[in-house]
Structures are given as C-alpha cells and as structure tokens.
Design a protein around this ligand. Structure first.
Ligand SMILES: C[S@@+](CC[C@H](N)C(=O)[O-])C[C@H]1O[C@@H](n2cnc3c(N)ncnc32)[C@H](O)[C@@H]1O
Length: 256
C-alpha cells in the first residue's frame, strides 16, 4: 500500500466513530434494506436490473448503505473498504438488520483477495475516487472481478465541485481543474483532538471527467451510460455550488 493510501486508511479508521454517529443521526442505514430508493437513483436501479441471487461487490463501502440496500434486494453482497473500523461498524449494523454480508478489508487498487470474474455487478462511488491515487488501477481491478457481461456502475461526486475555495460568499477557484494532487490536509484537530497518536493527514486526488471516462473505457468495457446529474447544493458543502453538476455516473459492461 502506498503512503497516501496508508494515511487515508488511518484517517478513515480514526473517523469511524464520528462517521457512525453522523449516520446514526441520519438513520438511512436502518431503512436502506427495505427502501433501496432512499439510497439509489431510479436510473441506477434501472441499470442494475434485478439483483436477487446475483453476486454484487461494493467498493469503498463506507457507510455501507448501498451494501444494505443491495442485500435487502436479495443480492449476495461483498463489501470492500480499506478501513477495518468502518467495516466493524457495518458488520454490527448488518447483524442488527439480519443481513448477511461478506466484508473484505482491502485497497480498491489491489483486490488480490477477490477472484477474477466473480461478480455480476460492481457498484462504487459517492466520494471514493477522491481517496485513490491510481484511478486506472482502481477500475482495472473493478472490471477484473466482474464476470463477462457484468456491469460496473460508478456514481461519483462531480469533479467540478472539487476545485473551489472553502468560502460561502462567492465561487473562487482554489485548484486548477487539471491539478490531480495529491492535495494534503491535516485533519488532526478534527480526528485527534488530544494528539495522542501523532498526526492525521489525508491525501485527496481530483480526477477530471475525461480521466474518469478514459480509466473505464481503456479497460475495454462497453460504455452503457455516461451522465451528469443533479445541480442542488449539498448541506455539507462550504462553497455555494448550486447550479454545478452534482454527480458523474458511468456504467460499463464487461465484454463477453
Ligand atoms: C466518504 S466514504 C464514501 C463511501 C460511501 N459512499 C459513503 O458515503 O459512506 C469513503 C470511503 O472510502 C474508503 N476508502 C478510501 N480509500 C480507499 C481505498 N484505497 N480502498 C478502499 N476503500 C477506500 C474509506 O475508508 C471510506 O470508508
């Protein structure tokens, strides 16, 4: 694992209690298995098609609401995340919900613990690629574990939203759109208030729309869908981003 991913793993392990509390307040994880429409867009559900008794893998599973929704739809779900502490929370929650999920602690750029051609659907996104230093390796692995004819469905936060300064007043460019990073942030104050175990540093990577698209189609998949969706402001955003595209959705089918 490279130094950026090792730092991000530490960051997400440290963040697990806060993240769990935030999602307990939000409550989506409690209903996701019964109401997949609170997790997925209608178009995502259409693209996935019936998943009952299908093998599905969620990469960078985080809050695991996508995992719980898919399990509730009858899929056999594997949940992959780099942070064991995130998976521990998810495991407790799935037990509480009575869902059977296979949890795997792994870096999305190296899924050597997962067999090739093992899944009918790989779902990923919602702020995962921003933590990953090698987008091509990430999607190469995603496609390797897909069965021929299987679908890779990516729905990421739109890259146009990542380039602005953290200020409420007006949009001002903080990074060039083409500056992939790594962008380094010290999150010690937020995650290690007593500084007992050193610093917490995270590294973010800003991929462009063409980099997303090329990283998928270079693997030889058939492009099924490429969409930019939504333009609303999200509650947690620092800059006034309403009007900018919110999500980038890419669906590709592994050629038989
Ligand atoms: C913001 S969450 C997004 C995931 C999910 N959509 C959510 O909303 O919770 C990012 C997740 O990606 C995971 N992650 C970051 N880098 C990773 C990597 N290289 N491999 C696997 N998971 C990674 C983190 O541990 C975290 O759980």
């Amino acid at each position: 694992m490279n130094e950026h991913h090792a730092a991000n793993k530490k960051r997400w392990n440290l963040a697990a209690p806060q993240y769990a509390e935030k999602h307990d307040k939000k409550g989506t994880w409690r209903i996701a298995h019964q109401q997949p429409e609170v997790v997925f867009l209608e178009r995502e559900l259409e693209l996935m098609g019936p998943v009952c008794n299908r093998d599905v893998c969620v990469l960078g599973s985080g809050d695991n609401v996508a995992v719980f929704a898919l399990a509730g739809m009858g899929a056999r779900v594997t949940s992959v995340d780099i942070a064991g502490e995130q998976l521990k929370v998810a495991r407790q929650r799935s037990t509480e919900l009575g869902l059977s999920v296979h949890y795997v602690e792994a870096d999305v750029t190296n899924l050597c613990g997962l067999a090739s051609a093992a899944f009918d659907l790989v779902y990923t996104g919602g702020h995962v690629a921003v933590w990953v230093s090698d987008l091509r390796a990430y999607y190469r692995e995603a496609i390797r574990i897909l069965r021929p004819g299987g679908l890779l469905l990516i729905n990421e936060y739109h890259p146009f939203r990542r380039i602005w300064k953290d200020q409420k007043t007006a949009l001002e460019v903080g990074y060039s759109y083409f500056d992939n990073g790594p962008h380094q942030y010290n999150t010690s104050a937020e995650l290690l208030p007593d500084r007992s175990s050193g610093d917490a540093v995270q590294y973010e990577f800003h991929w462009t729309v063409s980099q997303y698209l090329n990283a998928v189609i270079e693997q030889g998949v058939e492009l099924v869908e490429f969409e930019e969706l939504g333009d609303a402001a999200e509650g947690w955003e620092y800059a006034p981003l309403a009007g900018l595209p919110q999500m980038l959705m890419i669906a590709g089918r592994k050629r038989p």
